[in-house]
Design a protein around this ligand. Structure first.
Ligand SMILES: [Zn+2]
Length: 97
């Protein structure tokens, strides 16, 4: 391996993890959960740590006869962004038993 190819390989070996770490930090700062598969790209809002109501827990338990979790507005009132990529396949045509 020549010196030039070695430099390129070292540059790529350091640049790829740095790029991935930068993208993860940008998504964390935006309070979004990023999900990708071949059918969709989805950005889901997450609770904010700086929220004075839930302090990042996303909600609280409501007492009563039937306790349930109340969702905090810091994430529940924000939209989920979804981009469809490939259609979800229909139920496969399999012979019945
Ligand atoms: Zn909150």
């Amino acid at each position: 391996m020549t010196t030039r190819r070695l430099r390129v390989a070292l540059l790529l070996a350091t640049a790829v993890p740095l790029t991935a770490a930068t993208a993860a930090a940008a998504l964390r700062a935006g309070h979004l959960k990023f999900y990708v598969d071949r059918h969709r790209i989805e950005l889901t809002p997450q609770p904010r740590r700086s929220c004075p109501d839930c302090r990042g827990d996303g909600g609280w338990w409501v007492d009563g006869a039937n306790p349930e979790m109340g969702a905090c507005g810091c994430w529940a009132n924000r939209p989920t962004w979804r981009i469809r990529l490939l259609p979800v396949p229909a139920w496969p045509d399999e012979p019945s038993f």
